[in-house]
Design a protein around this ligand. Structure first.
Ligand SMILES: [Zn+2]
Length: 78
């Protein structure tokens, strides 16, 4: 079995110049994120989506207007 790496499809790390697999998302040598073959438009969109799915900051602080809520009278326990 002769495995010949096709340099055309190999991702060359822009940082350290190491050849990574075409499916590699980051450099195996230095960890530099590699550009995806696919449109990175989705990646940006995913970031926006993940950002949008984050729970919103509580706009209204929980400050009770009444100092003490009316306590319900307990029934006499026998
Ligand atoms: Zn690298």
């Amino acid at each position: 079995m002769c495995f010949r790496p096709t340099e055309m499809q190999m991702k060359k790390c822009p940082k350290c110049g190491a050849n990574n697999k075409p499916i590699a998302t980051e450099c195996a040598q230095c960890g530099e994120p590699l550009e995806q073959m696919k449109v990175d438009f989705d990646a940006d969109q995913a970031k926006l989506d993940s950002f949008a799915t984050m729970p919103p900051m509580p706009s209204a602080p929980q400050a009770p207007s009444n100092p003490v809520p009316p306590s319900i009278p307990k029934p006499p326990s026998a």
